[in-house]
Design a binder for this molecule. Structure first.
Ligand SMILES: NC(=O)c1ccc[n+]([C@@H]2O[C@H](COP(=O)([O-])OP(=O)(O)OC[C@H]3O[C@@H](n4cnc5c(N)ncnc54)[C@H](O)[C@@H]3O)[C@@H](O)[C@H]2O)c1
Length: 312
């Protein structure tokens, strides 16, 4: 039985990861300050809680005792907050990550997997995105994620703490905060469709995203902690397929049995036009293989929204 620490384990992605680890019989500790995460996300799941801030060195040392693998998800995962409070973003996402790396090194952790982001590519128009492309973060959030990656690599190279960075694209699924800048559009469309209102598309609807179902992201994390050759590497984690916002609205209409033509509003300034992951490195290096189509993932998400009564 391995001991795992999941930072940000009370959040959207972290809670799915914790649930899977516990289901597989592992001992899991969660470090989370419950700022956007919730205890309810882990209701009925037996985890050891370390409630507090990632930047608290004493808490980190205690939380890492006996831990072999760390999955690092705690962060301020909001572009808007990072623009409003860039210093806070730097403190939590960069200094917090560095403190965690240092504490993990001292605690003799075997491997740390870092939740990096497609925000590293920023507005680079090249498509699909490949890991070797020069990072061009366009927000303090994107920059903080790139800095986290570089610290991970440096700790791998200099200190021998094994690290793996996973650049997530647009993760979606149950328990996602509808305000998420990544896939909040799904919740917004669903809410309107169920009220009999047309979805509102900002821009021409031809902007596209690589939507990846959260269980596939969990799969990538499990592989990243286990595959030997992954250490020191960076991998894109998406579905490897592109969906326009217009197509997304059509798909949701179909799944919900509504037939509401979208309405169009002015484009959001700075909206990335195309975001598509080249996942060949993750497939070859990690043995990663997305198991959920967008339709399957959306169907499961809708089921959860209905059960949680979030859709009305
Ligand atoms: N959702 C996506 O599509 C996506 C895409 C790319 C990268 N990511 C990254 O994945 C990770 C998880 O994202 P998410 O969507 O689950 O977001 P989330 O907000 O649900 O999860 C983040 C968690 O970190 C916790 N946290 C925040 N600040 C903390 C601090 N100072 N100390 C301790 N805990 C703190 C929050 O309470 C929350 O539980 C983040 O690092 C995010 O940057 C997410």
């Amino acid at each position: 039985m391995a001991r795992y620490l999941v930072t940000g384990g009370a959040g959207f992605i972290g809670s799915h990861l914790c649930r899977r680890l516990v289901a597989e019989g592992h001992a899991v500790r969660v470090l989370d300050n419950l700022s956007t995460g919730k205890r309810a996300n882990l209701e009925g799941v037996e985890v050891d809680w370390a409630v507090g801030d990632l930047r608290d060195e004493a808490l980190l040392a205690a939380a890492l005792r006996g831990v072999e693998y760390v999955y690092h998800h705690a962060a301020i995962a909001s572009v808007a907050v990072s623009v409003a409070q860039p210093l806070l973003e730097q403190e939590v996402n960069v200094v917090g990550t560095l403190r965690l790396l240092e504490a993990a090194r001292q605690a003799g952790v075997r491997r740390l997997v870092f939740a990096a982001s497609a925000a590293a590519y920023g507005n680079n128009p090249e498509s699909p995105k490949r890991e070797g492309m020069r990072p061009e973060p366009a927000s303090p959030y994107g920059l903080s994620k790139v800095a986290g990656e570089y610290y991970c690599r440096i700790y791998s190279e200099i200190f021998g703490l094994e690290t793996v960075c996973l650049r997530y694209f647009n993760v979606f699924g149950p328990r996602q905060d509808p305000a998420s800048p990544y896939s909040g559009v799904i919740s917004l469309f669903v809410k309107r469709l169920l009220l009999g209102q047309p979805p509102i598309i900002q821009g021409d609807g031809e902007q596209s995203r690589d939507f990846v179902y959260v269980e596939d992201v969990v799969q990538a994390n499990l592989r990243a902690s286990q595959v030997d050759q992954a250490r020191g590497e960076v991998y894109n984690i998406g579905c490897g397929c592109s969906t326009t916002i217009k197509e997304l609205a059509g798909l949701l209409n179909q799944l919900l049995g509504t037939g509401l033509e979208p309405e169009f509003a002015p484009a959001r300034p700075g909206d990335v036009r195309r975001s598509l992951a080249d996942i060949s490195r993750a497939c070859a290096g990690l043995g990663y293989a997305p198991a959920f189509t967008l339709t399957e993932g959306l169907a499961r998400t809708l089921e959860w929204m209905r059960a949680a009564n979030l859709s009305n």
